[in-house]
Design a protein around this ligand. Structure first.
Ligand code: NAD
Ligand code: MG
Length: 396
């Protein structure tokens, strides 16, 4: 019997983090939580530490680290509490860690995820923003270190499952014609264009099929999530943007498909529950029980498909343009989107202005090649500054 795998969960208090810990707890003989990190909801992080007893925890500030350290010591735990970005990078790259769940939301996850990549870990990648903003650099680091990169995003996990093991030699070489990336269409799939300006953060966060963090919920509502996923698919599977087609599939049962030159189309299906891709990536190439109930095709009854409407959902068009443009364009898109989504959640802008901000930033900022982490971070900062300037001019 091999020893149990030690897992660092970056973003343990989030939606993906909690689903990961649920799967880990189902298999105590196979997996143990080595480090848990949280940014807010630190009472929840404390409760997670008490039940999972990790070696390390990471919080944002030294003061909260000291308080959590004292509380855990008082409960008889020897968990060491670190803080800040250096703490995140330390637990991501720690020599005793086997796998890292990268589930921090947004650009904040880039450095710790890259630290795990550079240390050659098994990377369970949920943090799509990290890959979108630094794609070339990220994939180069994976090749250099020999890290094993496994997608957690349900669509990319599905595509990975539908591709042959040797797909890295090139999609054309293995007979792939297209990748069909499914999208639920989000809560506003049927909302007329003229009503989109008035939708609230609560409506945007009420996803019909998936329960997720607030940022990705807004991204799903604007379809920027599918745009980010298109860019993610291009990097993960070495695809051109024109090889990735978005298909609206409201039931979220088919998680994506691969279309081969002989006319075969392979799909991965399952209930919309992130514990399936998490379990797949944790145990690959084996399979483990995830706790997800079996798919009941009779209850589902039918599967529907529609073409996406890029007029009503301009974020999808902007993301495709950024993917085709390459260089720093995806990093600009991602950073502008993060600022815009935060402003929408704070009720400073309308839902439809998310796309206006991104459009403005992409039109204003020059596109350049990104060959270093410093260059990625500089572009990210420029795009945020440009988006904040838009907000100062147009929003309260
Ligand atoms: P969430 O908001 O529920 O959780 C985010 C986690 O990141 C929390 O633990 C939070 O404390 C931490 N965090 C936030 N800001 C931070 C910062 N500045 N520094 C350090 N930590 C910080 O989000 P989620 O829904 O779990 O999504 C996490 C990632 O996974 C996102 O990139 C998202 O796109 C991706 N993803 C999520 C789902 C899903 O079903 N939830 C599906 C596919 C991909
Ligand atoms: Mg997804």
């Amino acid at each position: 019997m091999t020893r149990s795998q030690r897992i660092t969960v970056l973003g343990a208090t989030g939606s993906i983090g909690l689903s990961t810990l649920d799967v880990i707890a189902r298999h105590p003989e196979r997996y143990q939580a080595f480090a848990l990190t949280g940014f807010s909801r630190l009472d929840e992080l404390k409760a997670l530490c008490l039940s999972h007893r990790p070696h390390f925890a990471v919080v944002p500030e030294p003061e909260t680290a000291r308080r959590l350290q004292d509380a855990l010591a008082g409960a008889g735990l020897s968990t060491r509490v670190l803080w800040g970005e250096s703490g995140l990078c330390e637990v991501a790259a720690h020599p005793e860690v086997d796998a890292v769940m990268a589930a921090i939301v947004g650009a904040a996850g880039l450095k710790p995820t890259l630290a795990a990549v550079q240390a050659g870990k098994r990377i369970l990648l949920a943090n799509k923003e990290a890959l979108v903003m630094s794609g070339a650099l990220f994939m180069q680091a994976v090749r250099t270190s020999g890290a094993l990169l496994l997608p957690i995003d349900s669509e990319h996990n599905a595509i990975f499952q539908c591709l042959p093991g040797d797909y890295a030699q090139g999609l054309g070489q293995v007979g792939v014609r297209r990748i069909l990336l499914t999208a639920s269409g989000g809560p506003f799939r049927e909302t007329p264009a003229e009503r989109l300006a008035a939708v609230t953060p609560e409506q945007a966060c009420a996803h019909p099929n998936w329960s997720m963090g607030r940022k990705i919920s807004v991204d799903s509502a604007s379809m920027m999530n599918k745009g980010l996923e298109l860019i993610e698919a291009c990097w993960l599977f070495d695809a051109r943007p024109s090889q990735v087609e978005v298909v609206i599939h409201p039931q979220s049962v088919i998680h994506s498909l691969v279309d081969y030159v002989d006319g075969s189309v392979l799909a991965q299906l399952g209930n919309p529950d992130m514990r399936t891709p998490i379990s797949h990536a944790l145990s690959w190439p084996q399979r483990i029980d995830s706790g997800v109930s079996p798919l009941d095709l009779f209850a589902i009854g039918r599967l529907d498909f529609q073409a996406p409407d890029e007029q009503r959902f301009p974020c999808l068009r902007l993301a495709r343009q950024a993917a085709e443009c390459g260089g720093s364009a995806p990093a600009l898109l991602n950073a502008a989107n993060e600022v815009a989504v935060a402003a929408f959640l704070e009720r400073r802008i309308r839902f439809t202005e998310i796309a206006s901000i991104i459009d403005d930033v992409l039109a204003r900022e020059p596109v350049q090649p990104l060959d270093s982490l410093e260059a990625v971070l500089a572009v990210d900062e420029c795009a945020r500054a440009a988006a904040r300037t838009w907000l100062m001019r147009h929003a309260g």
